[in-house]
Design a protein around this ligand. Structure first.
Ligand code: CA
Length: 225
């Protein structure tokens, strides 16, 4: 759950900033959009883990946005409304939202709600097991990410497999180099950086901004999503 990307759709800059700070303190990454017209195009080309969606927005309102997103994505959505009376009406509309919160809310409450919805959705999706964004087929030397095939070279595949063998562990360049080649050729440690760069580029094409491979300064690399 940590490091998940949360899209904050909010046209009040101060509230957006507050949400951003609290979510980032809770180890989420955030992206803020203030105009209703910009939301759907962004969601079409990015993969947020969850959307906090204000209803009253310039350009296009949150209800229309929610309906539109549901035509192509099941991303969890928490609707934010300014009026508690509105929630009953919203529930009746069956917009496909996962939860509702009412302004004014404390940022802490919003963070707790985000975590709860993510937990619930992930449990539902996986039938009790966390769903993995990566799938590795060691026989075919193929890997997919968010359900999409990554066209990897053999070296990139081995690199990814090694990083995934222990999530959250930082592998040194030497440890990674050991895995890459069948022969014991002498390669520069910086070779790893080049392969990581290419692998990252391929991951980035599928999930821009997810930043699955993290560099740990002076040590090496890890994956902890
Ligand atoms: Ca608003």
């Amino acid at each position: 759950m940590e490091n998940s990307l949360i899209l904050i759709v909010e046209d009040e800059p101060k509230l957006a900033q507050l949400l951003r700070e609290y979510l980032e303190q809770a180890n989420f990454r955030t992206h803020v959009i203030g105009s209703g017209l910009d939301v759907v195009p962004w969601v079409e080309s990015n993969i947020p883990a969850l959307i906090l969606l204000d209803i009253m927005l310039p350009g296009k309102d949150g209800m229309a946005i929610c309906r539109e997103i549901r035509t192509f994505s099941q991303v969890p959505i928490i609707m934010v409304t300014a009026r508690v009376e509105e929630i009953d009406r919203l529930l009746g509309l069956e917009l496909g939202a996962d939860d509702y919160i009412c302004k004014p809310f404390s940022p802490r409450e919003a963070v707790a709600r985000v975590k709860a919805v993510l937990r619930r959705v992930r449990l539902q999706e996986s039938g009790g097991l966390e769903q993995d964004v990566f799938h590795i087929d060691s026989e075919k030397y193929q890997a997919s990410y968010h359900g999409r095939q990554l066209g990897l070279t053999v070296v990139e595949f081995r690199l990814l497999r090694k990083l995934l063998s222990r999530r959250g562990k930082v592998f040194s360049r030497d440890q990674l180099l050991d895995q890459l080649y069948d022969d014991h050729r002498i390669v520069n440690q910086r070779t790893i950086d080049t392969h990581v760069k290419n692998l990252r580029k391929k991951l980035e094409e599928i999930a821009p901004g997810e930043n699955a491979i993290r560099a740990v300064y002076g040590v090496g690399y890890k994956i902890d999503i």
